[in-house]
Design a protein around this ligand. Structure first.
Ligand code: S3P
Length: 183
């Protein structure tokens, strides 16, 4: 592949598009965002971290104090406050897609990429569910949650299968797909 001035693929030297990673808990959004930051000099921003910083509370504490409704409100506020920027990869919480009104906000932040994984992979990665209040209600609840969200995730601009792939491989695949979209 021809390389640009900084050794980056030409489409990245033209203008660095921003990316938004969506997907269920355990899809690997944060790890892939960090990998994109390392490989392609993206600035990685995590929506849950922004919520925790703004509220001064952990995600678990927010759910305990205000419930899911309160958490979704904080999530929306942080999303709405994000400025537009080149070269940023935003990792989001798995439930951000459940609010229809969040979609325009996600899309304005960049190309929306769905990290898809099978139920088996997700359950393995979620493990005991520590730190994820909605994962503590048992496997049956997780399956229901996943099924209700699947059609929403599929609205993404790009879908990437992550089963059996490392964050590094997924990050490189995202960039390959981005390059194809430019052609
Ligand atoms: C949630 C996923 C979590 C976090 C919160 C709610 C969800 O983020 O935003 O616990 O509704 O699926 P991860 O997807 O990073 O675990």
């Amino acid at each position: 592949m021809k390389r640009g001035a900084a050794g980056l693929p030409p489409f990245l030297t033209d203008m660095k598009p921003s990316l938004v990673l969506i997907g269920f808990m355990g899809a690997g959004k944060t790890s892939v965002a960090n990998r994109l930051a390392k490989l392609y000099d993206y600035s990685a921003v995590d929506l849950d971290t922004l919520i925790e910083e703004a509220s001064g509370m952990s995600i678990e504490a927010i759910f305990a104090a205000f419930g899911e409704v309160g958490f979704r409100e904080l999530e929306r506020q942080q999303l709405a406050q994000l400025d537009l920027r080149e070269g940023r990869v935003l990792s989001t919480g798995g439930g951000v897609v459940t609010q229809e009104r969040n979609w325009p906000l996600l899309q304005r932040c960049g190309t929306v990429v769905y990290l898809r994984a099978s139920l088996t992979t997700l359950l393995q990665r979620i493990g005991s569910g520590r730190g994820r209040p909605l994962a503590l209600k048992g496997e049956e609840h997780l399956v229901e949650l996943l099924e209700s969200r699947l059609p929403k995730y599929e609205n993404a601009d790009i879908v990437i299968d992550t089963d059996g792939r490392t964050p590094d491989e997924v990050a490189r695949e995202i960039m390959r797909m981005m390059e194809q979209r430019k052609r």
